[in-house]
Design a protein around this ligand. Structure first.
Ligand SMILES: [Zn+2]
Length: 329
């Protein structure tokens, strides 16, 4: 298998798509390597400076599982007000490796830095993997949808180096897709509790989203829209008793119908019939905010579109409880 070696311009395009996949927006601040971009989502924003290389095999003289990036910069300086990232991209699995900038700046020219194939494989399988390379550098390997999670937690993640047991716990929670409970947190050092909670939560969210979008073919179950505007919504909301991340407690909805569902403007019953809330609509009419109502009602499927596999379909118990919770009766 030949793995494409991308030019910088192509790599930065891949990065930009990954950031957008995380729900952030990207603006380019320059048009040369290292690329500088402004990323924002809601009221959060950051300026990123991206140093990125293709991840390739170490070469004939190296062991089979040794992969690396070949750093060409003679020095890697951080720029004020920017987050500088040192990244590798491995196209065969579409995963990134984030290297620890602290180990490479102000240090002697370092021609290459390694990552084991196993860490790349684990990132592909489990979404996220953290690994101590032979040079005592913590490398974080992750799938594109974790790009911003890595950016936001990178400092704490790279500091896992001195705490091998914390690292092992984090990797095992991710691998087994477990919940983080108090017993787990008690085993982790204070400084790393928050990052463990953040990352493992994102892994679970991402696994839910992926299952839902695949089950519903990336289409809104209520109107059939795709256009990459589809969310994985919980039937029984997160935080409500008995809610969980099973596929049968999820439904794919476009941004509009997700909002309408959460606000109890539309729902579906145990027979999967789509219902709209006549009482609410009447209230909205009285204040004259019912513009577009006809189109809205016309666009609703009679029944929600269902995943082919019966076990993936919304479970009756979740539907009942959710409708009850949102005030439908
Ligand atoms: Zn829709």
């Amino acid at each position: 298998m030949t793995i494409p070696i991308y030019k910088k311009k192509q790599l930065i395009e891949i990065v930009s798509n990954s950031i957008e996949e995380c729900g952030w927006n990207v603006l380019f601040l320059n048009n040369e390597d290292p690329y500088e971009i402004y990323v924002y989502s809601g009221d959060r924003n950051l300026k990123l400076r991206i140093i990125i290389y293709n991840i390739t095999h170490g070469g004939k003289t190296r062991s089979e599982d040794e992969y690396r990036i070949q750093i060409k910069e003679t020095t890697i300086d951080e720029k004020v007000n920017f987050v500088t990232l040192l990244l590798g991209y491995y196209d065969a699995l579409e995963v990134y490796a984030g290297f620890d900038i602290e180990k490479h700046k102000n240090a002697a020219y370092s021609a290459s830095t390694q990552i084991k194939k196993e860490a790349l494989d684990n990132a592909y399988k489990n979404r996220f993997s953290i690994y101590n390379n032979s040079k005592d550098e913590i490398v974080v390997a992750f799938r594109p949808e974790f790009f911003m999670e890595y950016v936001l937690n990178r400092r704490q993640l790279h500091e896992f180096g001195d705490y091998a047991s914390d690292m092992k716990i984090l990797n095992s929670i991710i691998e087994e897709n477990r919940d983080v409970n108090q017993a787990v947190l008690d085993e982790i050092s204070e400084n790393r509790k928050k990052v463990v909670i953040n990352v493992t939560k994102r892994v679970r969210d991402s696994s839910f989203k992926e299952r839902i979008l695949v089950a519903y073919s990336h289409k809104c179950a209520i109107c059939g829209l795709q256009l990459k505007l589809i969310d994985a919504a919980h039937v029984l909301p997160v935080g409500v008793d008995d809610s969980n991340d099973e596929t049968s407690n999820g439904i794919a909805l476009c941004a509009l119908h997700h909002r309408a569902y959460d606000r109890a403007l539309v729902t579906f019953d145990e027979k999967y019939d789509v219902l709209h809330n006549t009482k609410k609509i009447e209230e909205i009419k009285t204040i004259g905010h019912d513009g577009g109502l006809d189109k809205f009602l016309k666009n609703l499927n009679e029944k929600i579109a269902l995943p082919p596999s019966v076990s993936d379909r919304p479970h009756v118990e979740f539907i009942k409880k959710a409708n009850n919770y949102r005030g439908w009766n």
